[in-house]
Design a protein around this ligand. Structure first.
Ligand code: G3P
Length: 215
């Protein structure tokens, strides 16, 4: 599985988000590797209307219908076409108790949960909250050109060990097919990627290359 985090990039916002999601859909069809656009909540309706693949959002808040101005209501993203969410991304960190509540709210709606963690020591605690996936992303490698699988493979291995069977994804600095292959060798079940796609000269060719790393 490849999660493509559009973040708040120009290339991943509004109509550009639709274009990029269509590329994800095309390469998913071609390679049969699941490729999930992870979009801003504001874009999930527009993107979900344009493609037939799964769409995740980057964050939800564990609020209910009511007076919660500015929060991202899980029901709203679900009604607008998202089927999953990141939780606790390095750029949107929340406390452990909020992670727990957010997973619980997501589960009420059958939203798929991917909880990001910066270090493997958190894996056990978070795995006990029963998310669908854990994603290990060392913050210092995010946006760079050296991948987690090259610089810190032991983090992936430790995270898989500590995750008690919860599938582990990894991300940060992934740019090449070798990065993908190594991540899988160390026990990851998929990758999270952002700049490797959003800033690529040819996002379609880059996604095709990375998807081949799974085959
Ligand atoms: O969520 C994925 C992201 O944080 C990794 O970013 O740019 O290092 O692929 P990047």
């Amino acid at each position: 599985m490849i999660l493509v985090n559009f973040k708040t990039t120009k290339e991943g916002t509004g109509e550009n988000a639709v274009k990029l999601a269509k590329i994800c859909e095309k390469i998913q069809k071609e390679t049969k590797i699941e490729i999930v656009p992870v979009v801003q909540a504001a874009d999930c309706y527009r993107v979900s209307k344009a493609v037939h693949t799964k769409i995740f959002v980057q964050h939800i808040d564990p609020v209910e219908y009511g007076a919660n101005t500015g929060n991202i209501l899980p029901e709203a993203v679900k009604q607008n076409g998202a089927v999953g969410t990141l939780i606790n991304h390095a750029e949107k960190q929340i406390d452990l108790n909020v992670i727990k509540k957010t997973i619980e709210r997501a589960k009420e709606l059958n939203l798929i949960t991917v909880v990001c963690i910066a270090k493997p020591s958190l894996a056990k605690k978070v795995a006990q909250m029963s998310p669908d996936y854990l994603a290990i992303e060392p913050p210092e490698l995010i946006g760079g050109n050296i991948s987690v699988a090259t610089a810190k493979p032991e983090l992936i291995v430790q995270c898989v060990e500590n995750a008690d069977g919860t599938p582990v994804l990894c991300g940060a600095g992934i740019k090449t097919i070798e990065d993908v292959k190594k991540a899988l060798e160390y026990g990851a079940r998929g990758i999270l990627i952002a700049s490797g796609i959003t800033k690529a000269d040819n996002p379609e060719a880059k996604l095709r290359e990375l998807a081949k790393g799974f085959q």
